[in-house]
Ligand binder design. Structure first.
Ligand code: FES
Ligand code: FES
Length: 162
């Protein structure tokens, strides 16, 4: 894992609506910068190679894997993490549906699931089952909460019904 040094350049990121200056190598994975430097630990480390979705955040509203996105790739964009996703109505509805349907089991994958689901519903407010499948199939849940995740997405998309 790369560490930050005082000789590193400063990168200014816009994280959850706030400017954040980080002195880290520009090539450092965004996930490391968020968790280890900014101490925003809601975004989780799963595989580290873009295959599990645990580290999903939004850049300009689109879901990206922060483990394979360099810090430099987030400069000049709106970066949203699980800590900030509830700031707007859609993110709030997602979190509420997750609570109402008791979606999480161990919970580890769920920040990434919520981020992926929110990006899906922002782009496609009424997704078909196959669009939900396409958008969510890269987010792994070792506890197998897939049915509840998809029910929560359908509940938000349908305005309250599962
Ligand atoms: S930790 Fe980033 S996709 Fe698995
Ligand atoms: S709730 Fe445990 S990995 Fe998804």
């Amino acid at each position: 894992m790369q560490n930050s040094h005082s000789s590193d350049p400063e990168s200014e990121l816009l994280v959850n609506g706030r400017a954040l200056r980080l002195q880290v190598p520009p090539a450092m994975p965004l996930l490391w910068a968020l968790r280890d430097v900014a101490k925003l630990t809601g975004t989780k480390y799963g595989c580290g190679v873009g295959l599990c979705g645990a580290c999903t955040v939004h850049l300009d509203g689109r879901a990206v894997r922060s483990c394979v996105t360099p810090v430099s790739g987030a400069v000049g964009k709106q970066l949203t993490t699980i800590e900030g996703v509830g700031a707007d109505a859609l993110g709030k509805q997602e979190q509420q549906a997750w609570r109402e349907l008791d979606v999480p089991q161990c919970g580890y994958c769920q920040p990434g699931q919520i981020m992926a689901a929110t990006a899906l519903l922002r782009a496609t407010p009424r997704p078909s089952d196959s669009e939900i499948e396409d958008a969510m199939s890269g987010n792994i849940c070792r506890c197998g909460t897939y049915q509840r995740i998809r029910a929560a997405i359908r509940r938000v998309a349908g305005g309250g019904t599962p």
